[in-house]
Design a protein around this ligand. Structure first.
Ligand code: VG1
Ligand code: CO
Length: 543
């Protein structure tokens, strides 16, 4: 079959955001929209002769079409081999695991992660490099630049291949191997966790409810929890990946996973609840009638890591994204290991992990992970927690309350204002930036401001800098408010306001977070004029 060169016209809007290029399916379905982006990527990457590419996605609408298109283009690029998940399915952490285990040169993840799916929903594409992690900004910037110039698509005219049967075929001399999406990942989990102890825990009657939100986490959770660890059938709910996630918003937080929360607060609640997102890299952990904040989750994992076989030797350090609470910093300090603060997005953790500066990483947005892959990993985090429960004999709630007793509670919440007209969101951020010099030393809404800045990061490994990563306002008592605009949304702009207050007084740990954070909410509105500029009285989502 010949390789074809097809003319194309560049699109101006193919700038990757926090995690790849995400757009409405209707945008991706435009003529050669996907092809242009993939061509821009392939133009930026070196010669593919002899190299292996990993390919898979979260199964959402358009996944299968995109897989076939990319296979044909990969053949034209000259890859020796593509490993594609059966049915076109691979979770984000599984792509990372497969790249690392097979020595592939990189991988393409087809997902818009936590964004809704279906014909009217979102689609996304992301490139991961040879370490298994998201491409750094140097690459994503180059791809964007190239996408504005791309005039030719190189592809094969080979017919679609079957994605449903395991085995190898070829497209124009390129081998395509359809792999079991779970096998390699499960192998890695067996190495990290005490499967025997977890089996005993389930055998003793421990009850878990894992809500895969009709997304890609289902097959992984079913195979490992029910298949290997003896969790009863039905432990994993919403476990079959659906093209539209059954209408669910596969973002595992108490608002979108309300059904799980209802079960966890019922009279006969299971011992532990968990959920993962569209591409299974996020996790929410819930105790019986007790919601765990993702920032606390990272801190608990760091504090008890040595209870888990894969981390028995201790952790080298911890990294968290800037808006994530400082709970992990406090644990790291007590352990005598460093804690790094990075911009939002997993791509900033890659260098720290590669250089062995950190072992555990986390974000406030329900993402936790470790050096086992170069992505956040939903099921891994859930297995980590189950392993902690098994090894300590303590409940999820007790593990978190002990963290608060030892280090104080970092009371935390994120308020999202969604679908703001972009010009208004820009006005709001510009207004904040204009006040940075004058805010320190003043008192606003009863809060004494110590500092105000726009977070900038210099990567300690390669020296690359990233600026304008979020406005921070810090108070004299250590509380802080952070403002940034989302880089994953596809409708207008989303303002994220992150609120954190440290409460050392144990008698006040029971105060509900939204109540305890009210003074900071007032401060945020006073400095950013959120209600005036957006016309919104309330956040769209509070987590
Ligand atoms: C959000 C989260 C961020 C996360 C990113 C990708 O980005 O805040 O912490 O890394 O999503 O997660 P933003 O720019 O919208 O705030 V995933 O699971 O959607 O790939
Ligand atoms: Co995700």
């Amino acid at each position: 079959m010949p390789i074809l060169t097809l003319p194309t016209t560049p699109y101006p809007d193919q700038k990757p955001g926090t995690s790849g290029l995400r757009k409405k399916v209707t945008v991706f379905a435009q003529k050669r929209y996907l092809e242009n982006f993939v061509q821009a990527l392939f133009d930026v990457l070196p010669d593919a002769k002899g190299l292996t590419l990993v390919l898979g996605g979260d199964g959402r609408f358009y996944n299968r079409v995109a897989v076939q298109t990319i296979l044909r283009m990969a053949a034209a690029k000259g890859y020796a081999r593509v490993l594609v998940g059966q049915g076109g399915i691979l979770s984000t952490p599984a792509v990372s695991a497969v790249i690392r285990a097979t020595g592939a040169s990189g991988g393409i993840v087809l997902s818009a992660s936590h964004n809704p799916g279906g014909p009217d929903g979102d689609f996304g594409i992301k490139y991961n490099i040879a370490n298994g992690g998201p491409a750094p900004e140097k690459i994503t910037d180059a791809v964007f630049a190239r996408s504005k110039e791309v005039r030719e698509i190189r592809t094969s005219d080979h017919a679609d291949i079957s994605l449903d049967v395991l085995g190898t075929t070829t497209i124009d001399g390129m081998e395509v191997t359809v792999i079991d999406p779970v096998a390699q990942y499960a192998e890695l989990m067996r190495k990290l966790f005490d499967f025997d102890a977890i089996r005993k825990l389930f055998a003793s009657g421990f009850r878990l409810r894992y809500d895969a939100m009709n997304a890609v986490g289902g097959p992984y959770a079913k195979a490992i929890l029910e298949g290997e660890l003896g969790a009863p059938a039905g432990t994993v709910v919403n476990g079959t990946p659906l093209e539209d996630f059954g209408g669910l918003h596969p973002d595992p937080n108490p608002v979108n996973a309300e059904d799980l929360i209802a079960h966890m607060f019922a009279a006969d609640a299971p011992d532990m609840g968990a959920a993962s997102d569209g591409d299974a890299d996020r996790n929410m952990v819930v105790g019986r009638r007790f919601v765990v904040s993702p920032s606390d989750s990272l801190a608990v994992m760091a504090a008890h890591a040595t209870l888990v076989p894969g981390y028995r030797a201790g952790i080298a350090g911890v990294a968290r994204s800037m808006p994530t609470s400082t709970a992990a910093d406090r644990v790291a300090k007590a352990l005598g290991v460093p804690c790094f603060e990075t911009p939002t997005g997993w791509k900033f953790f890659g260098n720290l992990l590669d250089a062995d500066k950190v072992t555990l990483c986390g974000e406030e947005s329900y993402g936790t992970g470790s050096s086992h892959v170069r992505e956040k990993d939903g099921l891994w985090a859930v297995l980590f927690w189950i392993n902690l429960v098994a090894a300590s004999g303590k409940s999820v709630e007790t593990l978190v309350r002990e963290l608060w007793t030892a280090h104080g509670r970092c009371v935390y919440s994120r308020h999202d204002y969604e679908a703001i007209p972009t010009d208004k969101a820009d006005t709001l951020m510009a207004g904040l930036r204009a006040q940075l010099a004058t805010l320190p030393g003043t008192t606003v809404a009863g809060c004494d401001i110590a500092f105000a800045d726009d977070f900038a990061y210099t990567d300690p490994v390669d020296g690359n800098t990233s600026s304008k990563q979020g406005i921070r306002i810090g108070l004299k008592d250590g509380s802080r408010v952070v403002f940034r605009l989302s880089g994953t949304g596809t409708e207008g702009a989303t303002l994220r306001v992150y609120l954190e207050r440290h409460e050392p007084d144990a008698s006040r740990h029971y105060i509900e977070a939204q109540t305890a954070l009210q003074p900071l909410v007032q401060l945020a509105d006073a400095v950013a004029q959120i209600r005036v500029i957006t016309g919104m009285d309330q956040p769209s989502v509070m987590t």
